[in-house]
Design a protein around this ligand. Structure first.
Ligand code: CP
Length: 314
């Protein structure tokens, strides 16, 4: 299905066919990344601003490399060195960046809805790189890509998302993407962090960890989002690790082909034991690798690219 979108703001508004087009296009870009010459001219002459107002390692670097590989001109906006410090608003900052002929603005912000707001006040295309606890669309796309690469499909798989669901934009975007693509999604964690209202999104909610992971094809772990929690949601990190952390004893009770995912950053010894993070069933670093191809695909399609056939020339 061809993309006609100018912005990538969320997964909620995407059709399943649009998601599949991103995944197929990303597969073509991953193949390009394995060639001697990894750069393509698709975004030559386009200017992209990376406006990260909240910390990021993986997403920021991955977008920057994706833009370089697509031959775009890049401006990396540094909050600390900016006039945000003098009280300039997000709207004024973004409009000034647009006045420098920015074609796309990639934004990460602690406020849910910040990318949607910019999409209403700017002519440039806006890409959500994570907004508050709302959505992180490219993370869900790279997660779906990674699952499909390993399992050959997404429809019919059992995916358990375990951890702080309430404050997680990754959880929300993954729920939208995976349910649209036909997976069965189970949510698990402390009851304070996994409200039953999530069942309205088409998921199953359980507070029994062993039951949640027993039949899972994919166990997707999330860290505790301390920076977004306004109150104490569980007694202690130690207790959380004991009750909900993925350790060797729990892993032994899962299917042998169940794979472990985590968007990062990981907190070793809390939601995941260190040796599990580094074991052969962990896809954590592959997720990061795949983020590059997925972000190249998203930028390419938003810029008018038609699909994988245009990347491969087939
Ligand atoms: N997964 C993810 O969004 O990581 P960063 O916060 O490092 O970008």
């Amino acid at each position: 299905m061809a993309w006609t979108r100018k912005h990538l703001l969320d997964i909620e508004s995407l059709a399943a066919e649009e998601i599949v087009t991103v995944l197929d296009t990303a597969r073509a870009f991953k193949a390009v990344g394995e060639r001697a010459i990894k750069k393509v001219p698709a975004l030559r002459g386009r200017t992209i601003v990376n406006l990260f107002v909240e910390p990021s390692t993986r997403t920021r670097i991955s977008f920057e490399l994706a833009e370089q590989r697509l031959s775009a001109d890049i401006i990396n906006f540094s909050t600390e060195a900016s006039s945000f410090k003098k009280g300039e608003t997000l709207k004024d900052t973004a409009r000034n960046l647009e006045a420098l002929n920015a074609d796309f603005i990639v934004i990460r912000h602690s406020a849910s809805g910040a990318p949607h707001f910019l999409s209403r006040v700017l002519q440039a295309g806006v890409i959500n790189a994570g907004d508050g606890a709302h959505e992180h669309p490219t993370q869900a796309l790279l997660d779906a890509f990674t699952i499909r690469e390993h399992k050959g499909k997404i429809a019919g798989l059992n995916v358990t998302i375990l951890g702080d669901i309430l404050y997680s934009r990754v959880a929300r975007s993954n729920i939208w993407a995976l349910t649209k693509l036909g997976a069965r999604v189970t949510l698990c964690g402390p009851s304070t962090l996994v409200p039953r209202t999530f069942e309205q999104l088409g998921c199953r909610v359980t507070y029994d960890v062993d039951e949640a992971i027993a039949g899972a094809d994919i166990i997707h772990l999330l860290r505790i989002q301390h920076e977004r929690q306004r109150q104490t949601m569980f007694p202690s990190i130690h207790e959380y690790a004991q009750l909900f952390g993925l350790n060797q004893a729990r892993l032994a009770r899962t299917r042998p082909d169940a794979l472990i995912m985590h968007p990062g950053p990981i907190n070793r010894g809390v939601e995941i034991d260190s040796e599990i993070a580094d074991c052969g069933r962990s896809l954590i670093l592959e997720q990061v690798t795949n983020g590059l191809a997925v972000r190249m695909a998203a930028l390419f399609l938003l810029n008018g690219g038609k699909g994988p056939h245009e990347v491969t020339g087939d």
